[in-house]
Design a protein around this ligand. Structure first.
Ligand code: NAD
Length: 273
């Protein structure tokens, strides 16, 4: 539908079986792109599904590659980009999807530990910066053109109690996206942010475990979060991974090429600006 044949994508944080990164990687492959997928290395990470995602992409007839790297470490990001270029020769689409684990940071600011705040900024903001820098340098060296998509959040547009570290990071991603879109526009490199609503990836299990008040277990908290998200959408359902994936495919295609700098909500109309 969006004809990404001949293009090469790199999607970070793609190891979750129910993750947004996996859904985006598969959708880009369905549209014809070859897709390198990244996550933290075994033993370090908290999602282990990268080999499965590679197999799923290959089953769609696309080429794929797993590249283990911490997006918040410059040397590892450089290696990730070099390995992708060695294998595929170019990167046309970068999707910065990796996100710090949701857990100890989901507390009131007065209880928020400095190291938990730092980890969220390190992965969600510095990681986006390092990956954008490395891939933008490559795109410029080969004469421009390309697309960068940064996964922000609806919590990057609206403050939410107990989400201060996360909101700060996701607001930052939108500002960074706009600045980079200004810088790279003249070279026809487009830069977008996507702001998804709540999605039932493994992440919300982690969130429910810390957000559950005394007397409510994590699964009941999870159900409550899902029910609220469902009822807040005029369309009557919560956001699904594929909703984000199809918007990513659109933004990666030439069908969206006059929208650079946009932050696109994908939350079923819960928020409308
Ligand atoms: P997820 O936890 O499955 O995805 C995040 C992935 O990033 C994980 O696989 C994790 O291992 C990886 N990761 C963490 N630190 C990393 C690092 N330093 N280097 C490389 N990879 C690292 O959860 P998800 O819901 O699929 O989230 C994907 C993105 O979407 C995140 O940026 C998240 O903030 C954002 N988001 C999620 C929701 C939601 O409700 N699930 C809503 C809006 C935005």
């Amino acid at each position: 539908m969006y004809n990404l044949g001949g293009k090469v994508a790199l999607v970070t944080g793609a190891a979750g079986a129910a993750g947004i990164g996996r859904a985006i990687a598969l959708r880009l492959a369905q549209e014809g792109a070859d897709v390198a997928v990244n996550d933290l290395g075994e033993g370090l990470g908290f999602r282990a599904g990268l080999p499965d995602v590679v197999r799923e992409i290959e089953a769609l007839g696309a080429r794929s590659l797993a590249v283990y790297a911490d997006v918040a470490q410059a040397d590892q990001v450089e290696r990730m980009v070099a390995e992708t270029l060695d294998r595929f020769g170019r990167i046309d689409i970068l999707v910065n999807n990796a996100g710090a684990p949701a857990g100890r940071d989901r507390v009131p600011v007065i209880d928020l530990a400095e190291e938990d705040f730092d980890l969220v900024q390190r992965v969600n903001v510095k990681g986006v910066f390092l990956c954008c820098r490395a891939v933008a340098r490559h795109m410029l060296e080969r004469g421009g053109g390309g697309t960068i998509i940064n996964i922000s959040s609806i919590a990057g547009k609206y403050g939410v109690a107990r989400f201060a570290a996360y909101c700060a990071s996701k607001f930052a991603v939108r500002g960074f996206t706009q600045a980079l879109a200004q810088e790279l526009g003249p070279q026809q490199i487009t830069v977008y942010a996507i702001c998804p609503g709540l999605i039932a990836s493994e992440r919300i299990d982690d969130m429910a475990a810390v957000l559950a008040p005394p007397g409510l277990d994590a699964s009941a908290q999870r159900e409550q979060m899902i029910s609220t998200a469902t009822h807040n959408s005029p369309l009557g359902r919560m956001t699904e991974q594929e909703d984000v994936a199809k918007v990513a495919a659109f933004l990666a295609s030439d069908q969206s090429d006059f929208m650079t700098g946009a932050s696109v909500n994908v939350d079923g109309g819960f928020h409308m600006d």
